[in-house]
Design a protein around this ligand. Structure first.
Ligand SMILES: NC(=O)c1ccc[n+]([C@@H]2O[C@H](COP(=O)([O-])OP(=O)(O)OC[C@H]3O[C@@H](n4cnc5c(N)ncnc54)[C@H](OP(=O)(O)O)[C@@H]3O)[C@@H](O)[C@H]2O)c1
Length: 230
């Protein structure tokens, strides 16, 4: 039974990943701003009992890592899945975005995930997997983010920080690091016109995450296991 921590668990892809790991028989620590307000988490807690532990935490709060470490106690993690993200302002225009909007976007999508990953690294088991939910829009080579340039830039910043951390850790790193593209998925963020259901995305993501265990690699990869150019 693996110990899996999923940050950004209240709905969408994160909730789907929580469900999938519970159905595999693993133990899941699900971090959400308001777990009691999530119908999905409430339903899973009723079904899976003590194998699901809910942790109330705003991941952007400076004390987020302290809150999560206190909830984990001595537990060591096999999978650390940093999934929370926001789309950012509707306008997506550098000319009109406010300082508060841009700070919120980059804090949510790039800074907070890496800050938490680094803070929890000491609690990882050997051969763990740390996976951040990125986006194909982060790819500088593919540059498919024309419609959402600020969101794309925030996910590129996430990938950049992930690569910098991998470089800083060097050969001492005994876990895999993944930047994951979940596909275009029917969620509040992805919208109803997206081609993939949450279940289809998650059914691809879980094997991709599991295949990385023990490999100690650092990859940008989609939900079908396809390598993406950084
Ligand atoms: N859907 C797609 O097509 C798609 C494509 C590529 C990448 N992605 C990425 O996939 C990830 C999940 O997206 P989704 O489509 O499932 O989006 P979603 O339905 O909008 O869900 C976003 C999740 O992130 C959580 N979250 C955001 N900020 C948080 C914070 N400060 N503290 C705690 N939780 C926070 C939300 O919690 P609350 O309920 O509290 O707001 C929610 O659980 C994101 O990183 C997104 O950028 C999505």
């Amino acid at each position: 039974m693996l110990n899996v921590l999923l940050a950004g668990a209240s709905r969408g892809i994160g909730l789907g990943l929580v469900r999938a790991y519970l159905e595999r028989g693993d133990r899941v620590f699900a971090v959400a701003r308001d777990p009691a307000g999530s119908a999905g988490l409430t339903e899973l807690a009723a079904q899976h009992g003590a194998r699901l532990q809910l942790i109330a935490c705003d991941l952007n709060a400076p004390a987020a890592a302290t809150t999560i470490r206190a909830a984990l106690g001595e537990t060591r993690l096999d999978r650390l899945l940093l999934n929370a993200g926001v789309a950012g302002p509707a306008a997506q225009d550098v000319a009109s975005v406010s300082e508060a909007e841009i700070a919120q976007l980059f804090l949510s999508n790039a800074i907070a995930p890496l800050r938490l990953a680094r803070a929890l690294a000491a609690q990882l088991n050997t051969d763990a997997v740390v996976a951040c939910t990125s986006s194909v829009m982060a790819s500088l080579q593919l540059s498919p983010g024309a419609d959402l340039p600020l969101y794309a830039a925030s996910k590129a910043a996430l990938n950049s920080l992930l690569l910098s951390w991998a470089a800083q850790l060097g050969a001492a790193r005994d876990f895999s690091l993944l930047a994951l593209h979940p596909g275009w998925v029917q969620t509040d963020m992805g919208g109803t016109q997206a081609p993939l259901s949450v279940a289809q995305s998650v059914n691809g993501l879980v094997p991709v995450i599991e295949a990385a265990a023990g490999r100690r690699d650092c990859r940008f990869v989609d939900y079908q296991g396809q390598e993406l150019p950084w």
